[in-house]
Ligand binder design. Structure first.
Ligand code: FES
Length: 131
């Protein structure tokens, strides 16, 4: 493995140290319409993603995780990308888009970006099935 493979971009560091839309406290503090929950089979980490939907648009997002620094940075970025998008648009956000937004994760941490992404998909699916 090359030394460069361990370098975090400034954007990754900023989102890890200042995570956007992180749910502080318990979930009763956020008025959400659906919650997605996934675990990462590679490392065992977990992610919960809460969405508020108005007129088919994700107006707000919160999340919690037991994940690593890369998962925290990735989900912070994802939460920014998802806000203001329709459900269909949000489903098109993929791990590569998150990776590009962050200025690239170290290659061996790319799988961490999938955690939030899958939790968002799960939340959207649950939202649609309860309607
Ligand atoms: S090592 Fe588990 S999400 Fe990154």
């Amino acid at each position: 493995m090359e030394e460069q493979d361990w370098v975090y971009s400034d954007v990754v560091k900023d989102h890890f140290l200042n995570p956007r839309n992180y749910l502080m406290g318990d979930e009763s503090k956020f008025d959400y319409d659906a919650v997605g929950l996934v675990g990462n089979p590679i490392c065992g980490d977990q992610m919960r993603m809460y969405i508020k939907v108005v007129g088919g648009v994700i107006t707000d997002v919160r999340w919690k995780t037991y994940g690593c620094a890369s998962a925290i940075a990735s989900t912070s970025a994802l939460s920014e990308l998802a806000k203001g998008k329709t459900l269909d648009e949000a489903l098109k956000i993929d791990a590569k888009m998150i990776d590009d937004y962050l200025g690239k994760l170290p290659k061996h941490k790319f799988h961490c970006s999938v955690l939030g992404h899958d939790a968002l998909r799960d939340a959207i699916e649950k939202y649609r099935t309860k309607k």
